[in-house]
Write a protein that binds this ligand. Structure first.
Ligand code: SF4
Length: 1010
């Protein structure tokens, strides 16, 4: 019986005809072997369902070509087991390792190379191109092609040697068995129905020829017998091949397509030159919106409305996208919000699972020499239990920052060596530049060291090369210890762990089949990563629950739905930009008869996708690209739009457009739209409590957006008055820097002092400002203190080299940093700066004699400064860097600063710098050292004084030291009262917020520019 071929447009009853033929055949020959072959599992299960609904599922096998091949091989007694992903990966890897490569040598260690080779071999096999044939053809070809042929031969030889096949190899074996024994089909196949294909690979065509010799073969194809249409070009090519190879009898179907009128209009006219006839669409189905994310939401909203309003069953709806990598995550998240169960036909790679990504990060630590940033990511990961308290991790992170630990156990060891022999000092509240973080020292340092060393030992892999099975054992032990599987406690993570275990099992199995693969840890992790990249992440799914199908545009064929949404009709997305394959080049493809990568006839895919629906159609596109540029529609979009009256078919949905609440697909969306409309109708009373919460949020937002920060959402905390008044009671001894923090920004004081938070920043090269400040202060103190004559610059300078050397020598221990390779150079630079600054300070100090250094007040048993302001007595403490005396016994206060910003008169007037007048008052009133008449900030690195000097201070209320004190008193009262009454508004300081403000990471009033 000749092969029969049905060729007709979509929705004309081809599948129905096939089912009738099967039923008729089985009725006449109940014991007959009937096979139905479809392109993929999705179409197979669809066909199976339709066959069952027609009452004929019994007696017919429905599957893919691969299933039929297996069946034939089992009958022939030639069945060869199909190798797992891991085994195939292993074989390709071995092949590459053993080959002497020149052209591909730079790629041989890249995991992606193995995956690309596997794809190329699979394509060659599907096209029935045998290795020997390929080698023959490549004799005079490029080096790249010769090496590819060499690898292909070696791969196939190894596969045979082990007695396994790959999926594509089954077709070869089946074809070979049939060629050797055509009688095999007598008992295997009487009727073969091939439905839903738009093209056939070489191996499939050869198999069809063999089947056609013995069995009744019925093939369906979309299109028209004599069609020349662009939309049919893909099918025309296939038709020509079938005609040549199978000489089929063409069967026509007289049914008119049962497509909805608008879709029928497209089917009949799209891409037809001169065939445009403009029609008014029954409803607009071309929707353009801002972004792919908006498209995903719109499509799901539309599906939900089809289900609820038009009573379309969910399993009769489908969304197809041209680029699952982009659209899949967007659809997943919107579907979760809208409560729509979804089923993705394409699984993501296992490496996209957060649990597996965290695990791969952990395994990469030894190769990265325990890079600090990755180490803390691992320590803080919820997937691992390392028995480190969060506080311990914070402390370690602080040590890494202060000690500039970028990577490696060695750098940690150097740091512990410095911290362990020292004792922790009681932190003194000095100015910002000298406030050193409290580091663990002595016993605490040793405890942390042993904890961290234990972690390093746990994560350090076995030495040398080992068999993969041994590596898997090591890994499993580690994962048990850190409770990886127990911590993966949601369904998605659990499924990922299950697939991960399968991948490990497959690695072990591949070793028992192909022999030991002895590799080092790096190669093992690379093998593992490739195996995981090739493994699919199973989607969680509730059994028997109907779900919305989300597929790739390429899969939109064969199946029919009641409602279909197609996404991504913008330029460059669909049709997608086609790139040549660098391995199987276009010339080689033409020579071997493989499909071109550059002419994939996407118009045919588009035609099939558009005609999949029996009722509802939605096509969407994004109109703005990621960088905010206008995104042009794709030619397919334009082709449809040109067939309709534009107004009736196209609509633009902008994010700010008012939407009807009845169209909301989730309660979040409804509330969001209601906020825009400024009202929630009574009919939605069940959402009242959430609506009220949103109104509350609106009050907070408007407070935060107001010009001036006022009110309870802007740092006003009257409820804390009592607690704060007790905590900051009159007996509190303040430091100038704490009060200055409030003066700079009340909220900064609240966050840093009241809450005790610290800003955290990743370690940067070079010493931190507070480490430099502390070192330079110490050197200046000691040189002046020990100079024979502190008023003589040369005498002071003569002390500098020796003292600096001593301070530099102990600085790493003292301040907890790890000297970098630049430390020697940095010392020379500091020394030079100090020389210049001592000379300049000498010139600035004509007539002044230093007499006290690092003079404390209010610390230990030294009396505090007490300032009476009305009824309020404010007590202060601090350390005065240097005190000078003139010939009249009057005093000058000198405060060293390493930086040079905010040391001007205005900073005192606005309350940001209070230190100088306060220290001058302390010298007079607390320490009884004399009458202060001047004071200055000395900028060490700039070698000059700040512009604020007490002697020539001027303000609207008066001049000189007394006027400065009056201003300070006003600020003190304002600050202390503000703190006690819980007033902490976030007011960005003039010139921007300081980087050390702990709130800088989240504060809504943050202003850069410090
Ligand atoms: S970020 Fe700026 S405004 Fe916010 S608390 Fe810090 S200093 Fe104040």
């Amino acid at each position: 019986m000749p092969t029969r071929l049905i060729i007709s447009p979509p929705a004309t009853g081809k599948t129905e005809y096939c089912i009738e033929q099967i039923l008729g055949h089985l009725k006449e020959h109940p014991l007959s072997q009937v096979w139905v072959v479809l392109p993929d599992r999705l179409q197979a299960s669809y066909f199976r369902r339709r066959l069952a609904e027609s009452g004929g599922a019994l007696g017919a096998h429905v599957g893919r070509f691969g299933d039929l091949y297996k069946h034939i091989l089992e009958r022939a007694g030639n069945y060869v087991p199909v190798a797992s992903n891991a085994l195939l990966h292993r074989i390709v890897q071995e092949t590459v390792d053993a080959a002497s490569l020149v052209h591909y040598a730079p790629l041989r260690t890249l995991p992606g190379f193995i995956l690309v080779l596997r794809d190329s071999f699979a394509e060659l096999k599907r096209s029935l191109i045998y290795p020997e044939e390929f080698v023959e053809q490549s004799k005079n070809a490029s080096l790249a092609q010769q090496e590819l042929a060499q690898l292909y031969v070696a791969y196939q030889a190894r596969l045979r040697e082990l007695g396994w096949a790959d999926t594509e190899g089954l077709s070869w074996l089946a074809v070979a068995s049939l060629e050797a024994n055509p009688a095999l089909l007598d008992e295997t196949l009487q009727l073969l129905v091939v439905d839903g294909f738009d093209s056939f690979a070489g191996a499939q065509r050869r198999a069809l020829q063999l089947f056609a010799d013995k069995a009744d073969v019925l093939i369906t194809l979309v299109g028209g017998e004599n069609s020349r249409r662009q939309a049919h070009r893909r099918f025309i090519k296939t038709l020509e091949t079938i005609r040549k190879e199978l000489s089929p009898e063409l069967i026509s179907i007289s049914h008119a397509p049962t497509l909805p009128p608008d879709v029928l209009h497209i089917e009949q006219r799209v891409f037809e030159a001169g065939g445009e006839s403009i029609r008014t669409a029954e409803q607009a189905f071309l929707s353009e919106m801002r972004s792919p994310s908006d498209e995903a939401r719109e499509a799901l909203r539309w599906v939900k409305s089809c289900v609820l309003r038009d009573e379309v069953p969910l399993h009769e709806c489908a969304i197809f996208t041209p680029n699952p990598d982009v659209y899949q995550p967007l659809i997943r998240s919107a579907a979760r919000e809208f409560g729509i169960p979804v089923f993705f036909t394409q699984s993501e790679s296992l490496t996209t699972s957060p649990a597996i990504a965290a695990l791969l990060n952990l395994l990469s630590l030894p190769a990265q020499n325990f890079k600090t940033r990755s180490l803390f990511k691992v320590l803080r990961s919820p997937y691992f239990s390392f028995s480190f308290e969060p506080q311990t991790i914070d402390t370690l992170e602080q040590v890494s920052r202060v000690a500039l630990i970028v990577e490696g156990k060695l750098q940690w060891d150097e740091t512990w060596e410095r911290l362990a022999p020292t004792k922790a000092d009681e932190p003194i509240d000095l100015d910002d530049e000298r406030r050193l973080p409290g580091l663990p020292r002595g016993k605490d340092a040793n405890t942390l060291r042993s904890k961290l060393n234990h972690l390093f030992a746990q994560l350090t892999p076995l030495d040398g090369d080992h068999a993969q099975t041994e590596w898997v054992r090591w890994l499993e032990d580690l994962l048990d210890t850190i409770r990886f599987y127990e911590n993966a406690d949601n369904e998605r993570d659990e499924l990922a762990c299950e697939s991960f275990r399968d991948a490990l099992r497959a690695l072990v199995m591949s070793e028992s089949i192909a022999g030991s693969r002895v590799v080092d840890f790096q190669q093992f992790t690379s093998d593992l990563q490739s195996a995981l990249e090739g493994s699919a992440l199973t989607e969680p799914r509730i059994k028997n629950q109907p779900a919305l199908l989300i597929g790739n545009m390429r899969e939109a064929r064969g199946l029919r739905y009641q409602a279909v949404a197609l996404l991504g009709f913008s330029e460059g997305v669909f049709p997608e930009v086609e790139n040549p394959d660098p391995f199987l080049t276009e010339d080689l493809r033409a020579e071997l008869g493989l499909d071109s990568r550059l002419e994939r006839e996407q118009a045919g895919l588009f035609y099939q996708a558009v005609t999949r629906t029996d009722q509802h159609l939605l096509i969407t596109r994004p109109y703005l690209s990621e960088d905010g540029e206008k995104w042009e529609p794709s030619p397919f979009w334009n082709a449809i739009r040109n067939l309709f009256d534009k107004k009736s078919v196209e609509r633009t949905i902008r994010p700010d457009d008012p939407r009807s609440l009845v169209d909301a697909a989730s309660s979040q969306e409804l509330l969001f739209w209601a906020v825009r409309r400024k009202g929630l109708p009574k009919s939605y009373d069940e959402l009242l409590s959430r609506w009220q919460a949103l109104q509350h949020a609106r009050i907070i937002l408007s407070a935060r957006r107001a010009k001036k920060p006022v009110g309870v959402f802007e740092g006003s905390m009257p409820d804390l008055k009592e607690i704060l008044s007790a905590r900051y009671a009159p007996n509190q001894i303040w430091s100038a820097s704490r009060l200055e923090a409030y003066g700079a920004c009340p909220q900064m004081f609240y966050v840093s002092s009241a809450l005790g938070l610290e800003a955290s920043a990743p370690p940067e090269l070079g010493l931190e400002a507070n480490q430099i400040g502390s070192m330079l202060h110490k050197i200046l103190e000691d040189v002046y203190k020990t100079a024979e004559n502190p008023t003589d610059v040369n005498s002071v300078l003569s002390r500098l080299p020796g003292i600096a050397k001593e301070v530099f020598a102990t600085a790493p221990q003292e301040y907890g940093f790890r000297p970098s390779e630049l430390w020697e150079i940095e010392q020379e630079q500091f020394l030079e700066s100090l020389k210049v600054t001592i000379q300049a300070l000498g010139e600035e100090s004509e007539g002044w004699t230093p007499f006290a250094y690092e003079q404390a007040f209010g610390i230990e048993d030294l009396p505090p400064l007490e300032i009476q302001i009305g009824e309020e007595k404010i007590r202060m403490r601090g350390v005065i860097d240097r005190l000078d005396k003139n010939a009249d016994g009057q005093l000058r206060v000198v405060d060293y600063k390493t930086g040079s910003s905010h040391l001007a008169k205005g900073d005192l007037i606005n309350g940001r710098r209070l230190q100088l007048p306060l220290y001058a008052l302390a010298a007079r009133d607390a320490l009884k050292l004399g009458e202060p008449v001047d004071g200055l900030y000395w900028m060490i690195l700039a070698a000059k004084a700040g512009s604020l000097k007490l002697e020539n201070f001027e303000s609207e209320d008066g001049d000189g030291f007394d006027a400065a004190v009056e201003i300070v008193k006003k600020h003190l009262l304002r600050i202390v009262t503000g703190i006690r009454s819980g007033e902490f508004p976030p007011i960005p300081p003039k010139g921007g917020c300081p980087a050390y403000c702990p709130a800088a990471q989240w504060c809504w009033r943050y202003q850069g520019g410090w």
